[in-house]
Design a binder for this molecule. Structure first.
Ligand code: FES
Length: 109
């Protein structure tokens, strides 16, 4: 995960599983912390087979906020905590001729 700035907007660019790219605004919906300055890893979930064990979900790139550890799915920005409706803003991202392009839409600075 790399944090870049476009004008006044900071965006975390996530590269996952080789070629999957996601872009998230670097503002946590909890308390405004720099969510993309935290950790990126697979989602850790309770095992369905053993309630005392944990499983790793490699399909879910999870961003853990640097301030208080809240976790968000990098694919859509949604908080992974069950029942939470919070989400980090996400942006469309693509690669053209080796350059990563993020569409900030109206947030463009
Ligand atoms: S500001 Fe991100 S978890 Fe609190």
């Amino acid at each position: 995960m790399t944090v870049v700035r476009a004008g006044r907007v900071e965006v975390g660019i996530v590269r996952w599983d080789g070629d999957q790219l996601y872009a998230l605004r670097n503002v946590c919906p909890h308390a405004g912390g720099p969510v993309c300055r935290g950790r990126l890893g697979p989602r850790i979930v309770a095992s369905a087979a053993d309630p005392l064990a944990l499983d790793v979900d490699d399909a879910c790139p999870t961003v853990t906020c640097a301030w208080h550890g809240w976790e968000f799915d990098a694919r859509d920005g949604r908080a992974v905590a069950p029942g939470s409706r919070l989400r980090v803003r996400t942006y469309p991202v693509r690669v053209e001729e080796g350059t990563v392009l993020v569409d900030l839409g109206r947030a463009r600075a």
